[in-house]
Design a protein around this ligand. Structure first.
Ligand SMILES: *Cc1c(COP(=O)(O)O)cnc(C)c1O
Length: 482
């Protein structure tokens, strides 16, 4: 607007039309820390002319809304771009919505949340702007480059058309019933586990027992992603092992974590510390280590992700429902034949739809339930009701994983018990029971491998080729060059 109006001397109305038709807004998360607001004062100081233009956009938008909806009462300045009394803020996401011809989320669930919750007033004003484009990943990097063994097996079975059209992976579906194919598929998974193991031993002295289920949670650390829920499961397994309470379906597993915390995110750095401390206790115990191992792979990035995804057997996608906009790690695991244990969050919902509910380990509260519980959630209720949960939280609290130091992990205990925005204790029971189903499934290797092959075969929707095509069609109205 500034360039068009000030430099090119275009009139306001024409400039505005050009601007709106030129801009599309993709929202990538509902977390408040990513929805930028800038103090009007700072704006006035740094970009005075831009601020004038934003104020004019705000003024005109309001007039237009009041004209179109003369009888509707808009609650507490929810549709202003510049909000608040005293220290006023410029709401950048709102400016983006008003100034764009389309607004999209990055999974079906996330786009629904934008319409129903976060941007509901703007949806009521301009429903025609809103659409969904589910994220995707590139099969060139995440299958061809990362997993040459599986790529070659797929090529032999169905040709290499999948490289340019991931929907062709569907042709693998019948191979799930072919026992010779299953055998080769599982050999490749074993080799990938071995080569990850060799790499981690060489680089970090970490060890992955080859026959253990490889259970992976690799993603940035954030409270909503709930590494803490995974930790509570590990402690529960540990207690069952040392107290001789494992049942006939118990499966030895390696729980692998990787991920970075933002430097200023104290609690997440403390969670990394807790994982390391639990790993020390678990891996040092001669009885426990035969059944459970915990590893934390440092310096998570794409390079190590390309080694972990092909080796993984279980994909942990356990965020609090409503918070993970899409996730793409979930898609990389699926494409490489890992099964997902997950909540109905982000693209997990669509992964489950594609692969079939019988091939997905679902647990946990749904988005609507989380929203309803927000005002009344009482973690203590869950703590008191479940003995194993109480035992695990008490151990963290008493210093069981910190050489008797009962103060180190108090900030974590305090969040879990008193101030948990992410409902960890509320989903504990459902998660533990679901992990027991995972064990039962893993006991039957043929059945597990069938499900794993179906995951690969049904992952075509999550190709970035499809996502990019949808941006071209649904937002920019452009056609591919011949
Ligand atoms: C795919 C990827 C992510 C995103 O993972 P999520 O599980 O979707 O959060 C983050 N970091 C790296 C290095 C990745 O490759």
């Amino acid at each position: 607007m500034r360039i068009l109006v000030d430099e090119e001397k275009v009139g306001w109305d024409d400039a505005w039309e050009i601007t709106v038709r030129s801009c599309g807004y993709t929202n990538h998360t509902v977390l408040p820390e990513a929805l930028e607001t800038w103090p009007e004062r700072l704006f006035a100081y740094l970009l005075p002319r831009h601020l004038q233009i934003i104020q004019e956009i705000d003024r005109r938008f309001l007039i237009q809304v009041k004209e179109r909806f003369p009888d509707r009462h808009w609650k507490n300045d929810k549709i202003f771009i510049i909000t608040g009394q005293g220290e006023r803020q410029v709401q950048m996401a709102r400016l983006a919505i008003v100034g764009s011809h389309t607004v999209n989320g990055v999974s079906e669930l996330h786009s629904d949340i934008l319409k129903k919750n976060l941007f509901n007033d703007f949806y009521v004003i301009s429903p025609e702007k809103f659409r969904n484009i589910t994220n995707g990943i590139t099969p060139r990097r995440w299958l061809m480059q990362a997993n040459p063994g599986l790529s070659m097996l797929i090529n032999e079975a169905i040709g290499d058309g999948w490289k340019k059209d991931a929907e062709e992976l569907k042709k693998l579906e019948p191979m799930a019933e072919d026992s010779a194919f299953r055998q080769r598929f599982s050999e490749i998974k074993k080799q990938n586990k071995n080569s990850l193991s060799g790499y981690l031993y060489k680089t970090n002295g970490l060890f992955l027992p080859p026959d253990f289920l490889l259970d992976c949670q690799v993603k940035r650390l954030h409270e909503y992603k709930r590494q803490l829920l995974n930790i509570l499961h590990i402690i529960t397994l540990y207690n069952r092992i040392i107290e001789g309470r494992t049942d006939e379906f118990f499966v030895p597993r390696t729980v692998l974590f990787a991920g970075k915390a933002a430097p200023g995110y104290f609690i997440c750095k403390l969670i990394i510390k807790l994982i390391h401390n639990i790993a020390v206790v678990v891996n040092a115990d001669p009885v426990v280590r035969e059944k459970l191992q915990v590893v934390f792979v440092p310096n998570y990035g794409v390079t190590i992700a390309q080694k972990i995804m092909p080796a993984a057997e279980l994909s942990e996608q356990i965020s609090t429902a409503g918070y993970e906009a899409s996730g793409t790690g979930n898609m990389k695991f699926m494409l490489n034949g890992a099964l997902t244990i997950g909540t109905l969050d982000g693209a997990n919902v669509e992964i489950r739809e594609e692969v079939g509910e019988e091939n997905f380990f679902l647990f946990g509260l749904k988005t609507e339930e989380i929203i309803k519980m927000r005002s009344s959630y009482d973690p203590l209720k869950y703590y008191k009701k479940n003995k194993e949960l109480k035992q695990a939280v008490d151990q963290i609290s008493a210093g069981y994983f910190s050489e008797g130091d009962s103060s180190l992990f108090q900030p974590i205990v305090s969040i879990l018990m008193k101030n948990d925005h992410f409902f960890v204790l509320a989903d504990y029971d459902s998660y533990i029971k679901c992990q027991e189903k995972v064990n039962m499934a893993y006991k039957d290797k043929e059945y597990w491998n069938k499900m794993a092959i179906l995951n690969v075969a049904r992952s075509g929707k999550f190709s970035s080729d499809r996502a990019i095509r949808e941006y071209a069609e649904k937002i920019w109205n452009i056609k591919p060059v011949p």
